[in-house]
Design a binder for this molecule. Sequence first.
Ligand SMILES: *Cc1c(COP(=O)(O)O)cnc(C)c1O
Length: 395
Amino acid sequence: MQKFSVDSNGYYGEFGGAFVPEILYKCVKDLENSYLRILESEKFKREFEQLLRDYVGRPSPLYLSQQLSERFGCRIYLKREDLNHTGAHKINNAIGQILIAREMGKTRIIAETGAGQHGVAAATVCALMQMPCTVYMGKTDVERQAVNVKKMEMLGATVVPVTSGNMTLKDATNEAIRDWCSHPEETHYIIGSTIGPHPYPDLVARLQSVISKEIKVQLMEKEGRDYPDYLVACVGGGSNAAGTIYEYLDNDRVKIVLAEAGGKGVDSGYSAATIQLGTIGVLHGCKTLLMQTEDGQITEPYSISAGLDYPGVGPIHANLASQHRARVLPINDDEALRAAFELTRKEGIIPALESAHALAALEKVDFDPDDVVVLTLSGRGDKDLETYFKYENQF
Ligand SMILES: *Cc1c(COP(=O)(O)O)cnc(C)c1O
């Protein structure tokens, strides 16, 4: 795991680090000093494994899709994170982090959310552990995602609409960091993806690595070898992708294909293809590729899929792309929609719009007949039904 995992300074190549206000320095340092010890403790492992099994419903199945296999002329497996409790991979991370928060004596949880998926996962584990939860969400997103707001409130969380900036995820994250600065002692900030200051990207990647640990066992059973030829996943901040590739980073027989949101087209001005379009800068505590103007103003990302329109990307993935370990493909809205309808009609599985970007990436790769491909279906499409209904006649 040497070349592509985090170094002792919290960097992946030139990306990563911990750029936090003075007042948070101790909090971040405490987490850095504790997380590996907690993750490796028997108590944590026992509780985490038990909750993943009995509460989340893991292991998630590895499903051989006959239809996709025929269409692409190789063997294509879907890693079914869509079948998890709350409908996506995000719960894996939320459960892990709340166990860590409890172990560190924290009594209060905060989180940021864009579309609301991470907010719902955080509110869910807070209900489970009976901890108070405050979720920061841009006012624009609060209006766009009313069902998720209601869900979080029903779960007992307080949702705070943020009215600064464009009133979206970036602004919600700023507000969450401000809250953390005001209550650093008792608060744990559950970050929802492989972003933020070190050690968050590494912590989230380790918690999501259960995905690739299961893939290894499941492929061994089904294929007689524990690695695929290709791994395919979508990238917003990068957590489902990080979990999918974690165990295979140093296995160069395994090719990594990542799908990021092209929006209406990489050059259209409406895109969230951060790895294609980004330049290096600091956002939310880490140095990574960002969508920004020449003078460092963050530009608002766009994607039909709310979970992929983040202006940055995890430092892990920025490094994998710059080292050419991963091939990164921008997928446009219409390509993702077409792939979503195809999976729905051919397999009876309605995928999340984010996951549909990974499905659309299959079209852009030349597979050999012997290839074994594992694609992570990060979530289910229930939350995207309104969008699907709107476009149904076009596909
Ligand atoms: C949030 C989300 C994503 C994007 O987040 P990552 O951290 O990049 O995984 C992808 N798929 C689904 C279903 C999501 O909810």
